[in-house]
Unconditional design. Sequence first.
Lengths: 162, 757
Amino acid sequence: MPFQLNINRKPRTVDAAEDTPLLWVLRDELDMKGTKYGCGIGLCGACTVLMDGTAIRSCLTPVSAVTGNITTIEGLGENGKLHALQQAWIDLDVAQCGYCQGGQILSAASLLALHPKPTDAEIEEAMTGNICRCATYNRIKAAIHQAAGSPAETKGEVHAGE
Amino acid sequence: MPASETFAQFDADMQALIAEVETISPPVAMMGRRSFLKLATFAGGGLVLAFRLDTRAALAEDSSEADASNLNAFVRVTPENTVILYSKGPEIGQGIKTAFGLIIAEELDADWNTVKVDQAPINSKVYGYQGAGGSTSIPRAWDQLRQAGATARAMLIAAAAKEWKVPVSECSAAASVVTHTPSGRKLSYGALAKAASAQPVPDPTKVQLKSRAEYKLLGKRFTGVDNLKVVTGQPLFGIDVQMPGMLYANYIMCPAVGGKVKSANLDEIKKMPGVVDAFVLDGTGTPAEVMPGVAVIAKSTWEAFKAKAALKVDWDESSASKDSLTQAAIKAKEIGAQMPAPANNVGDVDTAFGSAAKVVEASYDYAMVSHQQLEPQNSTAWWHDGIMEIWTPTQQADRGLAMVAKMLNLPDEKVTVHQMRAGGGFGRRLANDYMCEAAAIAMKVNAPVKLQWKREDDFAHDFFRAGGYHFLKGAVDKTGKLSAIQNHLVSFSADGSRPVSGGARSNNSFPTDMAPNVRYAVSLMPLQIPCGPWRAPTDNVQMFVAGSFLHELSVAAGRDHVEFLLEWFARPLAKSEGPPPDPSRSYNASRAAGVLKMAAEKSGWGKKLPSGRGLGIAFSCAYGGHVAETVELSVDAQKHVTVHKIIVVADIGPVINMSGAENQAQGGAIDALSTAMGLEIEAEQGRIKQTNFTGYPILRMPSAPPVDVHFIQSDFRPAGLGEPCVPPLAAALGNAIFAATGERVRTMPFKRAGYTI
């Protein structure tokens, strides 16, 4: 059946069974591949999108339950400009395989909307639902601090050696 | 072939694959031109072949930059001065696309800001080895890529010299521009490309390569070449493939490996909304290709998943796995108590034990674990015009291509494989089962079809890291030196005669020259659950055992552990049989001492720590990397562990991309921490109990400690870095827990001993 959605500031009409998770509507119906399938039960965070600015798990959200405006990783930047988080992710070379990072960035965007200058503890709490199998957690934390302009409390260092 | 023989054959194939992946042919730079051509007759092996470098036809299919000129199969330059470099290997998160680009660009003297790195087509005749395993991508390709860059640079300079009618010796290149030094005239690579492509290809073994001091790019920090696409959600991964008219599939196999389809409610499934077809595949019977099962084909992924949920299959489990890992653990303890006739015997172990100052006996074990790369397995396949075309996130596209061709009885030329970025590998994607399944399904579907596994499929049908059991006895003599070691490994076997893939004794962790007196033996228990390579195979578990037990011995002898290890590093080493080992890949006492000393210094080894706090250290040489790691942690009364800091010191030769290298070292250490603390696969009746992340607590951000990374750079050929930082962590962790609590953890995951993180 048809559903009216607002995705990345644009109205979209999709035809899908009402129990279809938003994840698969985005990926299969709308050909937007930035939102990733990881576990299908809301445990890994790869499918994170924003609904009215708050992080939700699109794999657990049936299309019929979408009540607000959706922002995906493709639409986080506006007017051709990267979001500060995206820029920090590039500057700090956060990604390894990169598969989880769209979801990580959107969870971080949801955090910054509530806590513009988050502490380490606030970052850890907000990001605990997002698995990075490559374990880039230190860089994710540093990138959130950089985007927010808040000082990093702990950080791994690197040295070029002798 | 009976099912048990097929399964044994599968494991043998997997072991051959690992051996092939981990073996590197001698570096080409060490050979003359004659042997160069002679060796060209060998398939694969990562050899750099002169005539391959000028195989311009390789990229003829790439028409994206029609005006661009190919200088060789790795380098293409557009008239607008964009340098397009081809990465021949799979990007699985190890940063190879960026590293390969940097190596070529360094010798090419390309302006990195105008470099674009693209994925090379899969064609082993042109590129040689195109897999990613055993941390060998960099060492295998090091000479080949440098020569590709240097020969292209020589051709660009030659073209400029010809244009200016000046000697080549008066010209130099930097940042994609050739300069005639006496006159100051300049020409960009873009302006020279067409003429350069008509220049003869210089002998790659004779072009001058840069010394480390001359590097302009290598060793500095670079962000990944695809990071913009990653952070804006552009399609990159296998799962992102979309084709017009594409259908979606899932494949349902018996939860106990080896089960066959007796019957299934296919008629019911075919009536479901969005379902296009459902059919049984007999498969080839090997887990590395296609096991028997049911394919469901639908118009969307969700409809395919709903069909999977509604599917009822009656399995014939007469040949299926009945394995119980709890029973295996009980049996291992019985077997372990009886030391069988040793496979390796050096010196006189019994006499050494008899005259020892201290003798320590201990048993260690570790659980089976799973890979769980975050992108579930998938492949898109399209059978059209007599060609099987496949898009896949594999670690072994070249190998997979040949497997599919053989399975479908097609010549290799009729199979095209497109390498997609992989959302993690960790060794799981060295197997190409999902690629074979997609191809087998596509033969029966008149459209492009994307096979999509569920997370639950990735748990049920992995090639697991085998568990194992070690029964150890060690002795320290009156001078405080390790004098004897006995290691009885109880492992698993698919064929009854040799350990499963990943289950053999590691000669890095337990070398035959570990002590003057050595006795090693392996006992085997049957297992019909597929096992395979998991990030740093064998060493990721056996370095835990070896590194912990060495600490037990130094503690028993009342020695400082760093001093004990430094003395142990300097022991006499056995002469290896056969050709001399590659010096950049093998154990080197001075490199070992270098990283250990620096780790001790950076961690403040010997400092006084408050009660409940401990510092542990361990060393490993595996996959060409010498790595020492320290863990500093606190343990509370409930055995909750807080890791304050991990320090990684690695000698992997020269660092290619400092940013990528640091990321691999941090990720490797934290992955090892995650696995050591909490990860375990259980199995009963051949069925894997864990089905999703609920029962498999991969470490999350609140438990991730800071990781300091230090590199000792050297002129050895570089090692890869996907694996070397994994093995030492678990022993450093256990040694730190011992320092903090006095309790020795001899089991992985540590949660079995009550520890949480």
